[in-house]
Design a protein around this ligand. Structure first.
Ligand SMILES: [Zn+2]
Ligand SMILES: [Zn+2]
Length: 406
């Protein structure tokens, strides 16, 4: 079969590899589509894992072979849900639901979860950029049937939607709360819609105008182009006339004026940072009200060793300077966390227990992911798909790779 094999930094090659052999209680799935995900892009562009591997984990396709039952009753029961020809969406990580981390709902930290259960060959890495993948028994609970009226593309979006719903659930919001979503790429737009469905009023920001237009469609109440401050509906003159316009503003930007308006001067209830920008975090810390929350979703790249430093000033005083502590790229007054009770949160990866709810949201089209998909590339052009997804253009959103040539 054809597969896109990763051989090192930015080195993806279309090669012929054996169709994966499946064992007992395993599935062989013919891949239809696979989403290009930022976490794979990061591995490809920074070489964070050793080659060779076949990436791609937002996979949907058709079951073409089912491994013979075997003795394990739970696994056989799971397997009996499926038949050859079923159209399915896959999850390459599934937690054990039983360990210390799982009992604390920190599923992404579970050892079982960290194992990758889908492969097209080599060290398991998702395998979606190939014609066939092998689905191992421990990720069978993550196989979701795609309803007849829904497409493979919609199935492939379950995994990213899950990661976003998990993050939304980390926020403690009341109906009517005002939430900033910084960045309206595919992930930011999912946040905008899921937050709106949760009753929040969303302020959407981005640099690209087409994305802001889409943000309105996805339920944003206010859109703000952070690159073109002049486009803000509330202008400086209007603001000066407003009752608190003469107050001194700690953050004299148009964004802060809009937020002051939207929240009656209180500040944001929460801010979701869906762009890997430290400046956005710094600004959010100022814009969020006391007791509010800032959720980081795109800060997935660890600082390079060169940016690690002894910022604590511990040298010469006999203190051990933790070399693994990266320096912040902006001054952070920790009193904003302690005294002002602003929570700095992160969320990463998916929550298995939300899987049914995510499937309902996507397949009912309450969250219509079809509007998030802008480009399809054939398997042979996976490298170009990765390039486009890593350097979005005004008209690009979610990029998918189609293994079946359709
Ligand atoms: Zn993903
Ligand atoms: Zn676990």
């Amino acid at each position: 079969m054809r597969a896109v094999v990763y051989h090192g930094v930015n080195d993806l090659r279309v090669e012929t590899v054996p169709v994966p052999r499946i064992g007992a209680r395993e599935l062989l799935v013919k891949v239809a589509v696979c989403g290009v995900c930022p976490t794979d892009i990061k591995k490809i562009q920074y070489g964070t894992v050793p080659p060779p591997r076949i990436f791609g984990h937002e996979t949907a396709g058709t079951i073409v072979k089912i491994g013979a039952g075997g003795a394990s009753v739970p696994a056989s029961r799971l397997l009996s849900r499926f038949k050859i020809g079923d159209r399915v969406a896959l999850h390459h990580h599934v937690p054990c639901l039983d360990c210390h981390f799982c009992r604390h709902r920190a599923f992404a930290q579970c050892e079982t979860y960290k194992r990758t259960g889908i492969t097209a060959g080599f060290q398991p890495a998702g395998g979606g950029y190939a014609e066939y993948v092998r689905v191992m028994p421990f990720v069978l609970p993550g196989v979701v049937k795609i309803p007849a009226r829904n497409s493979f593309e919609e199935g492939a979006m379950l995994e990213p939607v899950n990661t976003v719903l998990k993050a939304v659930r980390r926020l403690s919001l009341l109906r009517g709360d005002v939430v900033l979503v910084a960045g309206q790429g595919p992930i930011g737009l999912m946040f905008t819609r899921l937050l709106q469905l949760a009753g929040a009023q969303v302020i959407a920001t981005d640099l690209l105008e087409p994305r802001l237009k889409l943000a309105r469609k996805f339920g944003a109440k206010w859109m703000f182009n952070v690159g073109q401050a002049s486009r803000l509906s509330l202008n400086q003159e209007q603001y000066k006339k407003s009752k608190d316009g003469d107050r001194r503003d700690a953050c004299p930007t148009l964004t802060s004026e809009l937020i002051r308006r939207a929240t009656g001067g209180r500040g944001l209830d929460a801010a979701v940072i869906a762009v890997p920008s430290d400046a956005a975090v710094q600004q959010a810390l100022q814009l969020v009200r006391n007791g509010g929350q800032i959720l980081l979703f795109a800060h997935t790249k660890r600082s390079a060793p060169s940016s690690l430093s002894a910022a604590g000033g511990g040298e010469g005083r006999g203190e051990v300077v933790q070399n693994s502590t990266p320096t912040l790229n902006f001054p952070l007054d920790l009193a904003s966390i302690c005294l002002d009770e602003k929570d700095l949160l992160g969320s990463y990866s998916s929550d298995f227990t939300l899987q049914d709810e995510v499937a309902r949201l996507v397949f009912s089209r309450q969250l219509d992911v079809r509007n998030l998909i802008s480009h399809f590339f054939p398997l042979e052009q996976t490298a170009a798909a990765v390039r486009l997804a890593s350097q979005p253009t005004a008209d690009s959103l979610k990029v998918l790779v189609c293994a079946d040539g359709s």
